[in-house]
Design a protein around this ligand. Structure first.
Ligand SMILES: Cc1cc2nc3c(=O)[nH]c(=O)nc-3n(C[C@H](O)[C@H](O)[C@H](O)COP(=O)(O)OP(=O)(O)OC[C@H]3O[C@@H](n4cnc5c(N)ncnc54)[C@H](O)[C@@H]3O)c2cc1C
Ligand SMILES: NC(=O)c1ccc[n+]([C@@H]2O[C@H](COP(=O)([O-])OP(=O)(O)OC[C@H]3O[C@@H](n4cnc5c(N)ncnc54)[C@H](O)[C@@H]3O)[C@@H](O)[C@H]2O)c1
Length: 478
């Protein structure tokens, strides 16, 4: 008879979500088996957040060298070695990798199996030559790049996020298909590193962001020299002996772009196929994209099996996978009822200027105006630190409900990804706009913008007749 491993939890996928569950479960003394078929750390560490932000940082340095003029520093064209940029990216990954490594997790007391996991029945997973019958399973298998059906695309080599960070050559003209966060972040980085870049977006770039914030950021990306083609379709890819032809169509107009390389960035599909979910009696939607049916507690239709992170088919962010990991731990180990609170989840796009948002957006708030929602705005041009840094290209908005509670924020500008954390904190703790008046921000910092949003919210109150009367009465006090 086969030997089974029988841990409390078996986690399939050692990316952001899976490893967060594993570390927390071990901290509470649960027995854990981790099954990982590829690199420990998953997409975020190896093919996603970390390499993309390292590449963006390289691009920022190149850009700074060219753009010193307003500071009195003569700009110069940087010498860029793509091999060394690639070494920088790999060095950053290597620095973080020990935190996600097999040895760290074995040190925490987990068993790590390096193999592909597949269900063989509703209670059993096979991985390599091992069978695992866990009390609970967690599917944390992430996502894979979607590849559009474009005639000729399969005839040429093209990059996805899984290959582009290993590139060691200058890309003369990079065509990026898809103007989502991946497309726009990498477009600006490659442009700043000296490539010509064209983004071909079927509808609207950065369409999940507040359009006003997206427009400010995209204008700047275009000023850097990225050619962004919105509402444009790729009709055909034409292989050539030198380079690649990309036939595009916008309305009636057709044009062939001559490019050297292509990056496909049209979204990501949950990575579920290799798991043999039918054998586990895990139900999926009949209609494409055949999402898993998931309960509030992140359980699939098989009550022993949870799913989280990109594999669950919701928001695709590392911090969201980590947040869901906390919910799974509470439910699986402690039996506590849980449900997701999407309003607590910020998201940021790390182009320059960054866009960061959380909760209710301005367009939604305008629709709810009659319910007492208010939008307060403050420009980076009115912040002294932004002026000293010449980073006045920015705007912050705060959305407040009729009780004065902060329910949303949207920022485009330098450091937006850092600034949004203050609003995440406020929303998670149900704080009001008045709380922004109670804290003192050091001068001069961008965080003063948050304080200014607070004072801006109350500026209208200065016309409140009751306040005026109190002030008038106080005039007679000795
Ligand atoms: C270019 C890019 C930039 C990004 N930037 C950001 C960012 O700045 N901020 C942010 O929050 N998010 C960002 N993301 C998204 C983020 O990377 C993902 O949301 C996050 O990695 C999801 O974590 P996960 O645990 O669900 O999956 P992953 O981290 O992808 O981990 C899944 C793991 O499961 C393994 N696996 C799959 N199938 C099996 C199987 N059958 N058996 C065993 N193992 C299996 C895989 O090998 C992988 O290691 C970015 C993504 C990309 C592509
Ligand atoms: N900063 C971040 O947090 C960050 C950065 C990168 C990626 N991510 C995550 O990774 C996921 C994937 O990112 P993404 O940018 O690939 O996906 P996305 O779904 O966000 O954007 C894809 C874009 O491609 C366009 N598109 C689709 N098919 C097309 C076609 N045939 N031709 C031209 N355009 C087409 C879509 O209209 C869309 O604008 C996102 O969900 C995001 O959450 C996050």
């Amino acid at each position: 008879m086969a030997e089974y491993l029988t841990p409390d939890l078996c986690i399939i996928g050692a990316g952001s979500g899976g490893l967060s569950v594993a570390a927390a479960a071990r901290a509470f003394g649960a027995s854990v088996v981790i099954v990982e078929k590829g690199e420990m750390g998953g997409d975020c560490l190896n093919f996603g957040c970390v390499p993309s932000k390292a590449l963006i940082a390289a691009g920022r340095h190149a850009h700074a060298m060219r753009s010193g003029e307003p500071f009195g520093i003569t700009g110069q064209d940087p010498q860029i070695s793509f091999r060394r940029v690639q070494e920088h990216i790999q060095d950053v990954i290597a620095g973080i990798a020990p935190h996600d490594s097999v040895s760290r997790f074995e040190g925490l007391g987990a068993t790590v199996i390096k193999a592909e996991g597949k269900f063989v029945d509703p209670r059993t997973l096979s991985a390599g030559d091992q069978l695992i019958r866990a009390r609970r399973f967690v599917i944390a298998t992430g996502s894979v790049p979607s590849v559009p059906q474009i005639p000729g695309l399969d005839q040429v080599p093209y990059f996805t996020n899984e290959t582009i960070f290993s590139n060691t050559r200058k890309l003369t003209h990079l065509a990026i298909i898809g103007g989502g966060p991946i497309g726009i972040e990498l477009a600006q980085a490659y442009r700043r590193l000296g490539s010509a870049v064209t983004v071909i977006e079927a509808t609207t770039p950065l369409q999940r962001s507040d359009p006003e914030l997206a427009e400010i950021a995209l204008r700047r990306v275009a000023e850097d020299g990225v050619d962004i083609r919105s509402n444009t379709r790729v009709v055909e890819i034409q292989p050539r002996s030198q380079g690649i032809g990309v036939l595009i169509e916008s309305g009636e107009a057709r044009e062939v772009l001559d490019v050297s390389h292509i990056l496909v960035a049209v979204g990501r599909t949950p990575n579920l196929e290799p798991l043999d979910l039918a054998k586990a009696k895990v139900r999926r939607d009949r209609k494409p994209p055949h999402r898993l049916r998931i309960g509030k507690n992140l359980k699939t239709s098989n009550r022993r099996i949870y799913v989280l992170g990109d594999a669950a088919g919701g928001q695709q962010f590392t911090h969201f996978a980590n947040y869901q990991a906390g919910l799974v731990i509470r439910n699986a180990l402690f039996g506590l009822p849980v449900s997701e609170k999407p309003e607590l989840i910020p998201h940021a796009t790390y182009c320059d200027p960054e866009i960061a948002e959380i909760g209710v957006t301005e367009p939604v708030a305008r629709r709810r105006h009659k319910e007492g929602y208010r939008v307060v705005r403050w420009s980076f041009a009115e912040n002294d630190r932004a002026r000293t840094e010449r980073e006045t290209y920015g705007l912050a908005k705060m959305i407040v409900d009729r009780r004065g509670r902060i329910v949303g924020a949207g920022i485009v500008g330098a450091g937006a990804g850092e600034l949004i954390a203050l609003f995440s904190f406020a929303i998670a703790n149900r704080l009001k706009a008045s709380h922004l008046l109670n804290f003192v921000a050091p001068y001069p910092t961008l965080s003063e913008i948050a304080k200014r949003l607070g004072t801006e919210y109350f500026r209208e109150q200065t016309h409140n007749p009751w306040l005026r009367r109190i002030i008038a009465l106080n005039r007679f006090l000795p």
